[in-house]
Design a binder for this molecule. Structure first.
Ligand code: ABN
Length: 173
């Protein structure tokens, strides 16, 4: 009986030591750190450095950025900034880039490759009102906000008023 009790105590002690070990703690910390850095990529991203990023397909024939059929607009919901005094990568003068964006994946017919597109909202005093586009590839209902393109991302800007939407290529999908 005493031996059984000893064995049980020993096994319990070992299990507890495994759970509380330094290596276990470091492993969990590693998982947290890697997971934490991956989270912002899926599928909503912060816009901080996006406007300065060179586009990977700058030399590829592009199509018409003022058309809703333009390949980068496959998941856009709003006014295309190219029709509003901006371009597909730059807000119109005076408009502010939203810090949070919706990200989609579109196929470029020029090279038949998929690209990750960041749909940054530009925020200003009033909506642009031109080139209203509503294409919803990969879009999900609003109760899944991180996957919905039907959200005013200007909520994170100093002007809450939505003006238009960019379509910035972040890279190949
Ligand atoms: N992200 C474009 C948008 C803005 C306001 C309302 C719906 C969608």
């Amino acid at each position: 009986m005493e031996k059984l009790l000893d064995q049980w105590m020993e096994r319990s002690g070992r299990r507890l030591a495994q759970r509380l070990s330094r290596r276990g703690f470091v492993a969990k910390l590693g998982v947290l750190l890697v997971g934490g850095t991956a989270l912002p990529l899926l599928p909503v991203a912060r816009a901080a450095a996006d406007s300065a990023r060179p586009e990977p397909d700058a030399t590829t024939p592009e199509g018409d950025p003022e058309s809703c059929d333009y390949w980068r607009h496959c998941a856009i919901d709003g006014f295309a900034c190219s029709c509003c005094g901006g371009t597909q990568t730059a807000c119109p003068p005076g408009a502010e880039l939203s810090a949070v964006t919706w990200i989609g994946t579109c196929r470029n017919p020029a090279d038949d490759r998929n690209y990750v597109i960041s749909y940054n909202d530009c925020c200003a005093k009033s909506p642009c009102g031109r080139c209203i586009c509503n294409r919803n590839e990969g879009d999900r209902p609003m109760y899944q906000p991180a996957k919905s393109n039907d959200i005013n991302w200007c909520q994170s800007a100093s002007s809450n008023m939505y003006h238009c939407t960019l379509a910035v290529v972040l890279g190949e999908a």
